[in-house]
Ligand binder design. Structure first.
Ligand SMILES: Cc1cc2nc3c(=O)[nH]c(=O)nc-3n(C[C@H](O)[C@H](O)[C@H](O)COP(=O)(O)O)c2cc1C
Length: 371
């Protein structure tokens, strides 16, 4: 078929030791929300989806998963705050482990990216601020006006993350990724374009990051640093969350993570692709964060096989997370190994509710293509 198999040294297909976990390759499944967890309960079809994408020694990060009943911003996203949710995750985790993969749960609180009707008793969503999040063209309804958390309420939310982390381990997950990206609650505190507080959780960089740093500390105390990663997106502006000094913010957070000996990984999303010299390019602006962080460094955002191999070979990243390509190619690491063509993703079914279509029906490489 004219495939060009990758050389195994210093590429996506090279093994890697991440703390206590022996990875057989560097192709990570990025967290991908799919709106198929009816009533916030993970469903049996998720076991099919994730086990399709699990490979021996591969790292799979599960979709954003709510830490409490105030954490939800969209219908049909999974949670991990009730015993029923923990039970529902167990067979999914078992299916991934049966394939020999390592499975992390992404812990999520949306903050103000929500509406009153998704909140308990119709209350207002909570945030760092009482300023409403601007509209998102992909979401039909407008977000509701949030309620600014009082400083004395914040330890309660930190505790929600801690309890959810404990639940994730009870469900069998190997560890958790704290969702500190994409304009959700932790970024609503971290970024100066949203945080308008004048207490110890607002103002200086240290104050704005205090909540996120407390969440990290609580989850590390609960699970041990070797089971905890964090995702950050200092350069993105999703959900109206911008910062005047994204590099300073990301470096500060990477330093805070490094204060926990053995903190497992720092996972950072690249800025949006930039068009130059006739093509879309990944900006590759994450090096300061890699330098500031001691553990495993994961990059994401617009990567293909060639760019992934390049950043691993250059030492810019240890691992590369793939979102849309993994969504559409259950056997992505194998396709990369063989240099095989990729299925195209169908954006129209990213967020639909069908348990099969656009979810578990993307084809595997046919066996005869291996020859
Ligand atoms: C359908 C879809 C759902 C996503 N859900 C999440 C999520 O739950 N948590 C998260 O941190 N990022 C989420 N993302 C972002 C991806 O993890 C990834 O960073 C992004 O798609 C860029 O990588 P890619 O170019 O490889 O797709 C989502 C992206 C897509 C397309």
């Amino acid at each position: 078929m004219g495939y060009q198999p990758a050389k195994k040294e210093a590429t996506l297909l090279a093994p890697y030791t991440m703390g206590p976990f022996e990875l057989s390759h560097r192709v990570v499944h990025a967290p991908l929300t799919r709106f198929r967890s009816f009533g916030n309960l993970p469903q049996p079809h998720a076991a099919v989806y994730y086990s399709q994408r699990a490979s021996k020694g591969g790292l799979v990060i599960a979709e954003a998963t709510g830490v409490s009943d105030t954490a939800q911003g969209y219908p049909h996203t999974p949670g991990i705050w009730t015993p029923e949710q923990v039970e529902a995750w167990k067979p999914i985790v078992d299916a991934v482990h049966a394939k020999g993969a390592i499975f992390f749960c992404q812990l999520w609180h949306v903050g103000r990216v929500s509406t009153n009707d998704l909140q308990p008793n119709g209350q207002a969503p909570i945030s760092s601020t009482d300023v409403r999040c601007g509209p998102n063209p992909e979401v039909p309804s407008e977000y509701s006006k949030p309620r600014r958390l009082r400083a004395e309420e914040i330890p309660g939310i930190v505790d929600d993350f801690r309890r959810a982390a404990r639940n994730a381990i009870a469900a069998g997950f190997d560890g958790v990724e704290i969702h500190g990206a994409h304009g959700y609650i932790l970024e609503q505190f971290m970024k100066d374009g949203v945080n308008d507080r004048d207490d110890e959780y607002g103002g200086s960089l240290e104050n704005r990051c205090r909540f996120a740093v407390e969440v990290v500390g609580a989850v590390v105390a609960e699970l041990g640093a070797h089971r905890v990663g964090m995702r950050l997106s200092p350069f993105l502006d999703y959900n109206d969350a911008v910062d005047s000094d994204p590099t300073g913010l990301g470096v500060y957070m990477a330093q805070q993570l490094s204060k926990h000996p053995g903190f497992l990984y720092c996972h950072v999303v690249e800025p949006r692709m930039a068009f130059s010299e006739g093509r879309w390019n990944i900006p590759h602006r994450l090096l300061p964060f890699r330098k500031a962080f001691n553990g495993t460094f994961i990059v994401a955002g617009g990567y293909d096989r060639e760019e992934g191999n390049k950043v691993v070979a250059d030492g810019y990243a240890d691992l590369v997370a793939y979102g849309r390509h993994f969504l559409a190619n259950p056997d992505l690491p194998r396709r990369f190994e063989l240099g095989a063509p990729l299925n195209k993703y169908d954006r129209s079914t990213f967020y639909t509710q069908d348990p099969v279509v656009g979810y578990t029906d993307y084809p595997f490489l046919d066996d005869h293509d291996d020859e």
